[in-house]
Ligand binder design. Structure first.
Ligand SMILES: Nc1ncnc2c1ncn2[C@@H]1O[C@H](COP(=O)(O)OP(=O)(O)O)[C@@H](O)[C@H]1O
Ligand SMILES: [Mg+2]
Length: 311
């Protein structure tokens, strides 16, 4: 279908790197990040979700605008609903994960580790007696290396000792991350949402300045819960009302072996549709703006909008 974007193949836009979700074209001083509709898990593309690329670009755009007084960001231009042109940076290979709540289900999530008895996380110690999805007394940083998304959290000492960042740089990006998260929580709450956790990527400009790159507070990089029902559901022992995109991943786990099978079954159309609608809803709630579903060939539209960036 032409109104879904699986991938791009521009020959004259610069060297192409195919990320999990974005196609990144690199020029001398800029990167062109094209958000596709790929839905990735188990290190592969599971399905295409209509409007997902546009939602991610639009949500990032909203947050870049609302945080630019805290830290400069890479944005040069949004020439198309699926595209951001950014200043090219040397990306620091650490994902700055920030958490306001103790939650998660993967083997190395904060809640899983806590449940197993872990209390000392290097830079912070958690008290006994915490419950799943409880608010942390203090927002915490649990950075990870960029390549191993689901690895154990590193401590700031590990990061400095292993040379990922100098102490000065660490202190700077840690401080910025906490301020960005605070701003994110404040604005999200005005829109009825709890920003639960997120991850930031930073880069260094050729002049050595810190810059926020990649994406910010998107539903792919962050967890959001509905604020209105949070207290009540926690009291009743229920999971918070969340923006859930796990159900499609689970469907694959139940219906094939996504780690081994060479060819995967096609995702059921009704689940794909449901997920697309959820992405659109979360866009509208976060930004407070109506989402404009674009019709027509996305690839062709992007090509037209990127004319001035062709080399
Ligand atoms: N301003 C920038 N300069 C250089 N690289 C960037 C910039 N912004 C984002 N990136 C990189 O572009 C890629 C975005 O595509 P993505 O699909 O997220 O890839 P990945 O699978 O590597 O996470 C990431 O690797 C990110 O680090
Ligand atoms: Mg990424």
């Amino acid at each position: 279908m032409s109104n879904i974007l699986e991938k791009t193949d521009f020959k004259n836009l610069g060297a192409k790197y195919t990320g999990k979700v974005r196609d990144v074209y690199s020029q001398d001083d800029k990167v062109i990040l094209i958000s596709t509709d790929r839905y990735s898990a188990f290190d592969r593309n599971l399905a295409l979700i209509p409007s997902k690329g546009q939602v991610l670009t639009g949500v990032s755009r909203f947050w870049f605008e609302h945080t630019k007084d805290i830290v400069q960001n890479h944005v040069i231009d949004f020439p198309d609903p699926n595209v951001v042109v950014g200043k090219k940076c040397k990306v620091i290979p650490i994902e700055m994960v920030v958490r306001g709540y103790i939650t998660g289900i993967t083997g190395t999530s904060l809640w899983t580790l806590y449940k197993k008895g872990e209390r000392n996380f290097g830079d912070f110690i958690l008290p006994d007696g915490m419950h799943k999805n409880q608010k942390l007394d203090q927002v915490v940083l649990t950075p990870t290396t960029k390549s191993e998304d689901h690895d154990r959290p590193l401590s700031s000492k590990d990061i400095i000792y292993n040379g990922y960042m100098t102490k000065d740089l660490w202190e700077k990006v840690a401080d910025i991350s906490l301020r960005l998260f605070k701003r994110g929580q404040e604005i999200a709450l005005k829109h009825g949402l709890i920003l639960v956790d997120t991850k930031y990527e930073f880069g260094l400009t050729p002049d050595g300045e810190v810059m926020l790159v990649d994406e910010i507070h998107t539903p792919d990089s962050s967890r959001y819960w509905q604020a209105k029902t949070y207290e009540d559901r926690i009291k009743k022992g229920l999971e918070p009302e969340n923006f859930d995109k796990e159900f499609l991943r689970l469907w694959f786990k139940e219906n094939c072996d996504p780690y081994k099978d060479e060819v995967l079954p096609a995702a059921p159309a009704d689940l794909v549709q449901e997920l697309s609608e959820r992405y659109i809803q979360i866009y509208e709630q976060i930004t407070g703006l109506p989402f404009k579903v674009e019709t027509g060939d996305i690839g062709k539209r992007i090509e037209g909008n990127l004319k001035e960036y062709m080399i």
